[in-house]
Design a protein around this ligand. Sequence first.
Ligand code: AFP
Length: 315
Amino acid sequence: MITLSDWLAAQNVDARLASVMTSMANASIEIAAVLRHAAITGQTGLAGHTNVQGEDQKALDVISNDIVLNHIRQNPEISILISEELDEAVHIENQGAYLVATDPLDGSSNLDVNVTVGTIFSILDARKGLLQPGSAQLGAGYAAYGPATSFVITFGPTAAAFTLDDQAVFVLTTERLNVPAASAEYAINTARERLWDDATKGYVAENVAGETGVTGKRYNMRWIGSMVADVHRILMRGGIFMYPLDSENAAKGGRLRLLYEGNPMALLVAAAGGKSTTGQQSVLDVVPTDIHQRVPVVLGSADEVARVEVWYAKG
Ligand code: AFP
């Protein structure tokens, strides 16, 4: 068994950057332990206040954020934390060159029903400021808290997956993730169809037409409502994930957050051979104007993302 620390030591990356991955792995192990017993220890339900997005914070959102912040503070290489649960970026005095942007607990609306949730993070050079495009990421990853706890990471060229063992150690389970170009599986919240733009309606209608339609193949749909769980499935077996701009979220720029949802997932998918788009450009090319900025996100198997791009190009 190759452990995460063995694997990191063997990568051709700066040991200080590798230590940031270790900090996020340790935070994820602690969060996994809290989640496993939350219903017993009564740590479920609302925290009683809202975050900068105007969303009701879950008690576990706040607990997970505190755990991540604690591990970040313990690593002298990290000097800035941006979190979905914190209005402003946290600047840690006299610390190193790295910035971490994170969604400490993604999919929290699924928490009380024991569905997979996760922690998503992006690593950047703190000296280059808070607002950098996804293409500037030095690394990214997520933990998925499901039947098993997975830890999926990249430093750019490739993406690898680890699984938590009974000794609370991440061991390597997939050295090189590969998102197949072709797929017949798509993920979108179809309850929003009336709000979709024509490109999304056109693409989904072709899938629904299945064998009788222009694609000539039968498609299947999956929607878990936790981006981590939906994207993990795509990194393991392909498919496309879509949270496009629609008439209801357009005023906010979309639903998902660029810095700590769109960018890290787009980098992981690209490292595994997939693609991403906002409909207008690669998610990784969007230049942020705000740390909590939202963005349309379409990502996954390259052939499917290309079909979506064709629909948007029709204008
Ligand atoms: P929460 O963290 O508020 O549950 O939101 C989860 C999420 O940001 C992302 O993980 C899902 O893909 C998406 O929202 C689910 O959105 P719908 O509620 O529209 O299905």
